[in-house]
Design a protein around this ligand. Structure first.
Ligand SMILES: NC(=O)c1ccc[n+]([C@@H]2O[C@H](COP(=O)([O-])OP(=O)(O)OC[C@H]3O[C@@H](n4cnc5c(N)ncnc54)[C@H](O)[C@@H]3O)[C@@H](O)[C@H]2O)c1
Length: 470
């Protein structure tokens, strides 16, 4: 942090003339974070600090931050806190890598122990979630049995729950095991969270390059993407590439392999900033998306990705489905990617005021991860080829301000909120005012209804953050 700067000094973006931020991170907070990070060998705090640097909330590395960086540099691969926000790399023409094994067990004294679901599932909350998710898909087990899945973005937030689910089904339910090819390039995934075994093969692969395999593929889930505004602002080209070229490569693979079903994780962002007349939003709404705005690299790549899926269905009969998730949250979400819920929880647990952009009037509807994945698999296994589905929980449509109050209520101590200027144009001028899905099409086709009210999902998510002392 700049030593002589007043903590309330706004930083000016000279290019656009917009005020970027009026809240700075106090030095005491950084010290606290550093101490916990060192003690626990815990990545969460270090990631949080890095995201602050990314967002321009901290200007310079002072001694405390340098200590964090040195600690990070000393860690061995495979330790719990090795993965930092990745540096941009020039694309290289690499041959396809063979499957790699899970990294060595963390040696850090305070590192969490593993159990059969892998590193993260030492979490009681996640273990319970996976059991419940498996139960919610009872009736679909025969569609998993003996099949091969290919999952891209397999070590992101949604991807890892898919992997946990397959592993759980293999260990507890299926006599004919499901196999999976798990692809990720870790542009935003946590590398130490790789799980692999004789049925689950991990490939470090960038889907922007064609991928080939001798394995048959029954189901292809293309979940790779750069979903957080903080990251797609940092990696706009990679964001467009994964949604367009990556989708094309995966569709081509699906065509060659004659898959039973192909699922593309699009986004509710295809609707842009919807006309209030179209909220709750149905799938047939065309959207209101800026072509050139700060979010367009993400929004337009998902829109084009959907168009490409539809075209592969029409031209080659590839059985595609597209899902448009609305603000999925839950255990395992990165605490540092500045999505509103993890951001609030992480501040609340540090007993710091929750930062609310402006007056916090924008609304969102949040979908617990188990609900999102139940819906996603039900769409994958459906016969709804060439169709797009909203995935979300329409109730409640809640303002960011009320969400802050709700998170604060769950804390055993008083938590304040603070209104700040949005730290980036991606939030300042382009943040959609309302987001709420109409899921009647999803319910009609798959029978899906959300099971997790926001309160319950929040309690579970906070519990997970606490388990890992974020
Ligand atoms: N979580 C949500 O609320 C939400 C909402 C709408 C859409 N989505 C979409 O759902 C998908 C999964 O979301 P998530 O929350 O798990 O995101 P995430 O960022 O946690 O995970 C995405 C994963 O994709 C990987 N990836 C990115 N580019 C890649 C590439 N070129 N090759 C290989 N791997 C690559 C990343 O490393 C990461 O592990 C994304 O496509 C996202 O755009 C998510």
């Amino acid at each position: 942090m700049a030593k002589n700067k007043k903590s309330e000094d706004p930083k000016q973006d000279k290019g656009s003339g917009t005020k970027l931020i009026s809240m700075r991170i106090p030095k005491e907070t950084i010290s606290k974070l550093r101490k916990v990070a060192e003690k626990k060998g815990d990545m969460g705090y270090q990631q949080v600090i890095k995201s602050y640097i990314n967002l321009g909330l901290i200007d310079e590395l002072d001694d405390d931050l340098k200590a964090v960086q040195t600690a990070l540099a000393k860690q061995q691969p495979g330790q719990a806190s090795t993965v930092a926000i990745p540096q941009k790399q020039e694309p290289k023409a690499e041959p396809l890598q063979s499957p790699v094994k899970s990294p060595a067990k963390p040696k850090t004294a305070g590192a969490p122990k593993r159990n059969s679901l892998g590193e993260l599932a030492t979490s009681k909350v996640i273990t319970e979630d996976i059991k419940e998710l498996a139960k919610s898909l009872d009736g679909y087990y025969h569609l998993f049995a003996g099949k091969t899945f290919l999952i891209t973005g397999a070590f992101g937030f949604l991807g890892r729950y898919m992997v946990f689910l397959l592993k759980y089904l293999n260990e507890n339910v299926l006599s004919r095991k499901a196999k999976a090819l798990l692809l990720d390039n870790f542009v935003t995934g946590y590398e130490q969270r790789v799980i692999s075994d004789e049925n689950l093969a991990f490939y470090r692969a960038d889907v922007v390059k064609p991928f080939s395999t001798d394995e048959p593929i029954d189901y292809l889930i293309h979940a790779a993407g750069i979903a957080s505004p903080v990251y797609y602002t940092k990696y706009p080209i990679e964001t467009m590439d994964v949604g367009t070229l990556g989708t094309r490569n995966m569709l081509e693979l699906a065509r060659i392999k004659n898959v039973k079903s192909f699922l593309f994780t699009s986004s509710s962002e295809v609707y842009g900033d919807p006309d209030p007349k179209h909220v709750p939003t149905k799938e047939d709404y065309y959207g209101n998306v800026s072509i050139l705005g700060p979010r367009s690299c993400y929004d337009e790549s998902k829109r084009f990705g959907e168009t490409m899926c539809m075209t592969y269905w029409k031209v080659f009969n590839v059985p595609v489905k597209m899902v448009r998730p609305f603000n999925v949250y839950g255990p395992g979400i990165r605490p540092d990617d500045y999505r509103v819920l993890p951001n609030f929880i992480e501040h609340a647990l540090r007993k710091e005021p929750l930062p609310i952009h402006g007056e916090g009037k924008n609304t969102r509807s949040f979908c617990y991860i188990n609900d999102a994945l139940e819906a996603l698999f039900k769409v994958l296994f459906s016969k709804a080829n060439g169709e797009a589905f909203n995935i979300g929980n329409p109730a409640p449509e809640i303002s960011v301000k009320d969400l802050g109050a709700m998170v604060a209520e769950f804390m055993p101590y008083k938590v304040d909120v603070v209104n700040i200027d949005p730290p980036h144009t991606v939030y300042a001028s382009a943040d959609p005012k309302r987001r709420c899905p109409d899921i009647s099409k999803l319910t009609k086709v798959t029978g899906f209804k959300p099971r997790y009210p926001l309160e319950e999902g929040l309690v579970r998510t906070i519990k997970w953050f606490r388990e890992f002392n974020f």
